[in-house]
Write a protein that binds this ligand. Structure first.
Ligand SMILES: [Zn+2]
Length: 80
């Protein structure tokens, strides 16, 4: 029995989907500044940052870190 290209693609996208679904704390920290700038500038959150948003919802530690960063960035933007 041979696996078709289609099946391989389906499998690969399944794997990458589960991987994409949840960001861990490391990934969250990595994109936090970018995410904070995006939210502060009022832009819509790109797909790549959606999972950061989701992680912040579920992770208190990162959320705390994020609030601090956002406050600092917000001040910077208000007083250039
Ligand atoms: Zn976290």
């Amino acid at each position: 029995m041979k696996i078709t290209d289609e099946q391989v693609q389906a499998l690969l996208s399944m794997l990458s989907n589960t991987k994409d679904d949840e960001a861990d704390c490391g990934q969250c920290m990595q994109h936090m500044a970018e995410f904070a700038e995006t939210t502060l500038s009022g832009k819509s959150i790109p797909a790549g940052l959606q999972r950061i948003d989701e992680h912040l919802e579920s992770c208190g530690e990162c959320r705390e870190e994020f609030e601090t960063l956002k406050a600092a960035l917000g001040e910077e933007m208000a007083n250039p």
